[in-house]
Design a protein around this ligand. Structure first.
Ligand SMILES: N[C@@H](CCC(=O)N[C@@H](CS)C(=O)NCC(=O)O)C(=O)O
Length: 202
């Protein structure tokens, strides 16, 4: 059985969403987004940094949302939700799949840390302000890329949309996904209509 360690509003949404899209059976191990749960000895044995998501797939423990998604696609995808490997389309797909975590989540994480996660005396307003500017720059890049497209790779929904969809969910929660980015806002609305997204974010 696939166990998914999940906490509300976190990157584990990506993994639940992917499993729902692919029809992969799973069991949720829901944690509170608090040090009591994430830094417990029991959870540190699953994820040494005490972060979510993690999975335990019949004894195989994995961390990192992108790696987990790629593992599940390889195991259960049967070619669904990604262009054919080795094609230019697959290269572009990988770019956006990884942009979502490796680039876009950096400023979004800093906004979260320096606006509400850290105790007030540990927040640095300058870091939050710079992160807002950086996130807006990335939203502008995405907005341009999405012109005339239903999904980031064109007309087909892929796992890159799942990776980006969570980042945009945070962007929206932080009030950044405004009418200034009409293509990105319409794209996120399209993603949020999917039943699998709604199940993962419930
Ligand atoms: N690159 C990792 C990041 C994991 C991560 O930072 N998760 C956040 C939730 S979205 C977390 O658990 N933070 C808890 C903490 O930093 O204490 C991934 O994609 O899985």
């Amino acid at each position: 059985m696939l166990n998914i360690y999940h906490a509300k509003n976190t990157r584990s949404i990506r993994i639940v969403w992917l499993c729902e899209e692919l029809g992969i059976p799973y069991e949720l191990k829901t944690l509170n987004f608090s040090p009591e749960d994430l830094q417990s000895d029991a959870y540190l044995a699953v994820h040494p940094l005490g972060k979510v998501p993690s999975i335990d797939d019949d004894g195989l423990v994995l961390n990192e949302s992108g790696a987990i998604a790629q593992y599940l696609l390889a195991k259960h995808g049967k070619g669904r939700l990604e262009p054919r490997p080795g094609t230019a389309e697959h290269g572009k797909y990988l770019h956006w799949f990884h942009f979502a975590e490796a680039s876009f989540m950096v400023p979004l994480g800093n906004i979260a840390q320096h606006s509400f996660i850290r105790p007030e005396d540990k927040r640095i307003p300058q870091v939050a302000a710079e992160a807002v500017e950086s996130a807006k720059k990335m939203l502008g890049i995405l907005d341009k890329e999405l012109a005339g497209k239903a999904f980031i790779c064109g007309s087909d929904f892929t796992a890159a949309d799942i990776m980006l969809g969570y980042s945009l969910l945070l962007g929206k929660m932080f009030g950044l996904l405004t009418g200034e980015y009409p293509n990105a806002a319409a794209y996120f609305a399209r993603l949020a209509e999917r039943p699998a997204f709604q199940k993962a974010t419930a």
